[in-house]
Design a protein around this ligand. Structure first.
Ligand code: NDP
Length: 329
């Protein structure tokens, strides 16, 4: 008998109208790859929300199983690095965009895309971190490479109550930074302080059109919002500081000026998690294993079942999700 497993499939009709269905697949339906993985946990990232709602052109192959990240156990492998039983994580590489993704009981991918699950971390923990958290770690590493250490001054985190924001606050505060969290949800202040924010400011302060330069407020930051927010964050960064730009939850534009760069020597650090090279991923996951407080990880995440996945994907695009959502498969 051929084993079937549940999957979410997004399809388009002749009029390009998108539909989302729960279907039964077999391994024969999966795309090419040299490692097949039993997916144990996945998650809902902002990009997954865009894929499922069709709000932005994330899906570039039809039909497609969405889901940009998973953790699970290797079932079969012809790749030299992986054997049956190995615990692995996948983030990005076009999975859930052009290659069948995480929202299925099984996934077949290239072995080169996988990284080992860090020691002491479960598949569930890894997906509480997920691509959002791994991106937060990449952002922190970029700030460190630029010399933005806790002694340099406060750091700002925008989109604070979201996935990237919540993990960034946890990491930065554990590393000793004074974290200023910017949120549009003032009711989440106690949650943000619990994660380690020293100050909480309103999203409104950063969402108006930016002046070329404003009062210096922070030495660095992690921005997951873009648009006016990023322009304001840059205009308020102190001399020689740096901002890691990783998101566009508020918009893809950057309506600012070059003044912070040419008058204050501020740097804008671009963060991409999807095509990040393997050595960088391995270092990011190693650092997550050592620097992220697992107690904070449970504060910032909640677990849903496969049945709740589509609704959570719609909620994340509406800015209604706090922290991270883990999907137990
Ligand atoms: P979430 O939806 O969990 O978080 C985004 C947060 O941004 C929201 O919680 C909200 O925070 C804030 N926000 C939402 N809408 C607006 C708005 N219109 N104006 C200002 N703030 C807003 O998403 P993720 O944390 O998973 O992802 C955040 C961003 O990072 C996304 O754009 C995503 O695509 C990007 N990303 C990029 C990656 C990369 O490789 N570069 C990888 C992973 C994510 P609050 O309510 O606290 O204000």
């Amino acid at each position: 008998m051929t084993d079937t497993f549940k999957a979410i499939l997004v399809s388009r009709d002749a009029e390009k109208k998108q539909s989302v269905d729960v279907v039964d697949l077999t391994e024969a339906d999966l795309m090419e790859g040299d490692v097949t993985v039993a997916v144990e946990a996945t998650t809902v990232n902002y990009k997954d929300g865009l894929a499922i709602t069709g709000k932005a052109p994330v899906v570039r192959r039809w039909p497609l199983v969405p889901g940009i990240d998973f953790a699970g156990t290797v079932i079969s492998s012809s790749h030299a690095d992986w054997r049956k039983g190995d615990k692995v994580i996948l983030n990005g590489w076009g999975v859930g965009e052009t290659h069948y993704g995480a929202y299925a009981g099984r996934a077949r991918v290239k072995g080169d895309w996988l990284v080992p699950l860090p020691e002491g971390m479960s598949a569930h923990d890894a997906m509480a971190v997920g691509t959002a958290g791994y991106t937060a770690m990449l952002s922190v590493m970029a700030l460190e490479r630029h010399g933005i250490v806790p002694d340099r001054g406060p750091v700002v985190v925008t989109g604070a109550a979201g996935g990237v924001g919540s993990v960034a606050i946890s990491l930065l505060s554990s590393l000793g930074y004074h974290v200023i969290a910017s949120t549009g949800r003032n009711a989440e202040s106690p949650y943000l302080i619990d994660l380690g924010a020293a100050e909480v400011i309103s999203r409104e302060e950063l969402s108006q059109p930016a002046k070329p330069l404003a009062k210096e407020r922070w030495a660095g930051g992690v921005d997951s919002v873009g648009s006016h927010t990023l322009a304001n964050v840059l205009s308020m960064t102190s001399y020689g500081g740096a901002i890691a730009a990783c998101g566009l939850a508020g918009g893809m534009d950057l309506p600012g000026s070059v003044a912070p760069f040419i008058l204050r020597g501020v740097s804008l650090l671009g963060i991409d998690s999807v095509m990040a090279p393997k050595d960088v991923r391995l270092e990011a996951w190693r650092r997550i294993g050592t620097d992220l407080d697992l107690k904070k990880l449970s504060t910032l995440s909640r677990t849903i079942g496969f049945d709740g996945l589509v609704a959570a994907a719609r909620d994340i695009v509406d800015g209604k999700i706090r922290g991270r959502v883990v999907v137990d498969m």
